[in-house]
Ligand binder design. Structure first.
Ligand code: AMP
Length: 307
């Protein structure tokens, strides 16, 4: 099975109540590919960076067996930069700056070897770039996509066109409300289903995730962590864990999608423990399996006893 991730590759500046980091490795494609790399290898990454992108970040991605043939390096340009600040409520964040830089004129060119990829994860990025990527892929088995407030506000028309081509949308609660102008999340999910995708997963930060189809609602808890340093990338780590599990098992049944939601939640829970990708650097498969089992324990109860 082959998995292609497209999205931003970034240098992030992040402030949380627990610290501050400058120009650390970030970006939606980076988090997706790293999280998914725990399930399938190699992950194919499509994105762009500038001449200032540190060699050690490339080395890190390569160490996770991420195939960088689709990563364009624009020597004369600057890498995409994003700054965000979190207060004690880590569910809400303030964007301090978004410098698109080399992403402003990014024309994704999918290397011939990547065009037959089976699983596609469209990370948060300009919806027009997402569409251009899909146009170059031959018959993918599954297209999963994400987006964010920046694009809902700035490129809604383009986003609605790209949404039609996604099978599964992964989006956070505030963005689902913003996209549909619907306060109730279930109604918002159903409104997004009417926009094209067959399944939608709404991420609710520390309150878990909801999987919604025409017929089903599945609710997954978030892992109750005591130490969260940096929520950045949780949504993308979720998407990477989700599609990584689906690609590894090659099973698109609804039951397997529920297992994929738990794997996504597990990867997201590791992600937020430390700044940037530090916790996602060297997880073991035992750690991931243990956390998957802990998720089962979290919401297991004896339903036999009636009051
Ligand atoms: P998440 O916390 O999962 O929503 O994703 C955080 C990552 O998204 C950060 O590492 C940023 O570099 C990246 N990011 C922030 N804004 C944008 C944007 N407008 N387009 C693409 N990527 C972005």
């Amino acid at each position: 099975m082959s998995l292609l991730a497209v999205g931003s590759v970034a240098m992030d500046t992040i402030e949380t109540p627990f610290g501050r980091v400058d120009n650390v490795l970030g970006g939606s494609a980076t988090y997706i590919a790293t999280a998914a790399s725990y399930f399938v290898a190699p992950i194919r990454l499509v994105g762009v960076v500038g001449g200032d992108f540190p060699r050690e970040y490339i080395d890190f991605l390569e160490s996770r067996e991420i195939d960088l043939e689709g990563l364009q390096v624009v020597k004369s340009g600057k890498t995409f930069r994003w700054g965000g600040r979190y207060q004690y409520d880590l569910n809400t964040r303030e964007t301090l700056f978004t410098e698109l830089n080399v992403f402003e004129h990014f024309n994704p060119i999918i290397p011939p070897a990547f065009r037959k990829s089976t699983y596609i994860c469209l990370g948060n990025i300009d919806p027009e770039v997402q569409r251009k990527v899909l146009e170059q892929i031959e018959k993918p088995r599954l297209v999963v996509g994400d987006t964010m407030n920046f694009w809902i506000k700035g490129k809604k028309k383009e986003l609605l066109a790209t949404l039609k081509r996604m099978d599964i949308v992964i989006i956070n609660d505030a963005e689902a409300r913003q996209l549909t102008e619907e306060a109730n999340l279930i109604k918002a999910a159903k409104a997004i289903i009417r926009m094209g995708p067959k399944m939608i997963i709404i991420k609710k930060g520390e309150h878990g995730a909801l999987l919604v189809t025409e017929r089903t609602i599945f609710s997954a808890p978030a892992y109750p962590l005591e130490i969260i340093n940096d929520p950045t990338g949780a949504g993308d780590a979720f998407a990477g864990g989700f599609i990584g599990w689906i690609a590894k098992t090659d099973d698109l049944s609804e039951e397997n999608c529920k297992r994929a939601v738990i794997h996504g939640s597990a990867l997201a829970s590791f992600c937020v423990e430390q700044f940037s990708l530090n916790r996602l650097k060297d997880l073991t498969s035992i750690e991931i399996q243990d956390r998957f089992r802990e998720f089962r324990e979290l919401s297991k109860f004896d339903a036999e006893v009636l009051v």
